[in-house]
Write a protein that binds this ligand. Structure first.
Ligand SMILES: [Fe+2]
Ligand SMILES: [Fe+2]
Length: 178
């Protein structure tokens, strides 16, 4: 490999990384929906599954724009994050803290995606790839919105469940988790 690598190469490699990651996430979301105890949690995971399918299609459009075949590259980071999520599903099955655990795993996934799409978008800007910028930004905004929904869901479920059996009213005005 005598040739020097460029930002274009890095862009393509990172695109392959997130393409692989999204496909893994697409498989994980229905499992998380099945595991979730709250209806909002279930619905949220299923909705994000549909969005993820769209996001994969957007990535395929970006591959097309740069004239490369859509191909994934194993991303160990997402495999690790998803493996931790599976561990929580097993270890907290049937407990009051399960949904809080699922939400925390899902947020780790979203933060990974936000990091990747944020970087890809800024590289696309630098490379003057305007159409790719639009596609990547559309997904970035969905991931940010999902992260915010998860935060709200986590706060709601932490106030009701996972507090050692005390009801929210019994805990009075205590809302702080820290
Ligand atoms: Fe995604
Ligand atoms: Fe996501």
């Amino acid at each position: 490999m005598a040739t020097e690598k460029t930002l274009n190469d890095l862009f393509l490699d990172t695109l392959k990384d997130i393409y692989f990651a999204e496909k893994q996430i697409l498989k994980a979301l229905p499992k998380m929906a099945r595991a979730a105890q709250s209806e909002e949690g279930k619905a949220g995971f299923l909705q994000h599954r549909d969005e993820t399918q769209e996001q994969i299609a957007r990535l395929e459009q970006v591959f097309e724009l740069i004239g490369k075949p859509a191909r994934g590259k194993t991303c160990e980071a997402i495999q690790g994050i998803l493996a931790e999520g599976e561990e929580i599903m097993e270890e907290y099955k049937g407990t009051a803290a399960l949904d809080a655990g699922l939400i925390s795993s899902a947020q780790a996934v979203e933060h990974y995606e936000i990091a990747r799409y944020g970087t890809l978008k800024s590289w696309a800007v630098q490379l003057g790839m305007n159409e790719a910028v639009t596609l990547l930004d559309a997904t970035l905004q969905e991931e940010i919105a999902t992260d915010q929904k998860l935060t709200a869901l986590g706060e709601a479920s932490a106030n009701v469940k996972g507090t050692g059996g005390q009801s929210a009213s019994a805990k009075g005005s205590i809302k702080r988790v820290s």
